[in-house]
Design a protein around this ligand. Structure first.
Ligand SMILES: NC(=O)c1ccc[n+]([C@@H]2O[C@H](COP(=O)([O-])OP(=O)(O)OC[C@H]3O[C@@H](n4cnc5c(N)ncnc54)[C@H](O)[C@@H]3O)[C@@H](O)[C@H]2O)c1
Length: 253
């Protein structure tokens, strides 16, 4: 495996499970020092153990990334321990309950927007000064099919993922001459433990499929990781502001 991330430090949010875990493992295999940032201590520790058992270097930082103090601690611990930050993968996210605008509670709206949109903003704001001081950096935001269309989730999730594309494009333009690239992937259906609460249905895709028959094949998390890591790599040196669907063609239908 090419060690093209050797010497680079990467923060992966939601790195304890699903797409984030697969991305953290792949970045470490490619030589990156990885900081697994996640809400859950057990899965974060397991991810770090998986990476170190394979000969990689990783550290877990546990906390709710919608909290500014957790974000500040994550970035300062990373810089103090490893000397800087080269890559930020804003992956942590939560699903909504598929409710429409007239049904969304204040609590659901605030939580989903806080985790899926404000946290990536807080992370970006905290990390970019360190990237600017190094003269390079790559940020990859994990949005969703729900960032591209209105039929892939409920209102709160859809708005949060559309907003994350705005954060991606804004950063791409503002830092384009400063060596920092900001891109996004838009996953379709992926086999993970994404926390869904779909009105009694165990899996959100069953409901999504009810009004969108074009979902297509459900991907493995590793298929997302490959594209995320490409966008974070120097091989994507002229890719900036892109939103790449990784969705078996769902967005092409
Ligand atoms: N699975 C899918 O079908 C799918 C489709 C489109 C987009 N996505 C997006 O992919 C990303 C990863 O989701 P996944 O499918 O791997 O789900 P997952 O639930 O398996 O993993 C999400 C991880 O994020 C962590 N997390 C959640 N809230 C957090 C918080 N406040 N602070 C820190 N960590 C937090 C969780 O603990 C978990 O480890 C999400 O942004 C999700 O919206 C997933």
């Amino acid at each position: 495996m090419t060690k093209d991330f050797q010497g680079k430090v990467a923060i992966v949010t939601g790195g304890g499970a699903g797409i984030g875990r697969a991305t953290a493992v792949l970045l470490a295999e490619r030589g990156a020092t990885v900081v697994v940032a996640d809400l859950h201590a057990q899965t974060s520790t397991e991810a770090v153990a998986e990476i170190t058992a394979a000969g990689g270097v990783a550290m877990a930082i546990v906390g709710d990334l919608s909290d500014q103090t957790v974000v500040d601690n994550l970035v300062s611990e990373t810089v103090d321990t490893f000397g800087g930050v080269d890559v930020l993968i804003n992956n942590a996210g939560i699903m909504d309950d598929m409710s429409g605008p007239h049904e969304v509670s204040d609590a659901l709206w605030e939580r989903v927007l806080r985790v899926n949109l404000s946290a990536p903003f807080l992370l970006t704001r905290a990390v970019v000064p360190h990237m600017l001081s190094r003269g390079h950096g790559a940020i990859v935001n994990v949005t969703s099919e729900a960032g591209l269309r209105g039929s892939a989730a409920g209102t709160a999730y859809t708005v949060s993922k559309h907003g994350l594309i705005g954060l991606t494009r804004s950063g791409a333009v503002i830092y384009r001459d400063k060596g920092i690239r900001v891109n996004a992937v838009a996953p379709g259906g992926v086999t993970t433990s994404l926390e869904v609460n779909v009105k009694g249905d165990a899996m959100g895709l069953a409901v999504i499929g009810g009004y969108n028959a074009n979902v297509g094949r459900i991907a493995a998390a590793t298929e997302l990781a490959e594209v995320i890591v490409f966008l974070a790599s120097d091989a994507a040196s002229n890719v900036n502001g892109a939103v790449v669907p990784v969705d078996n063609g769902w967005s092409a239908v």
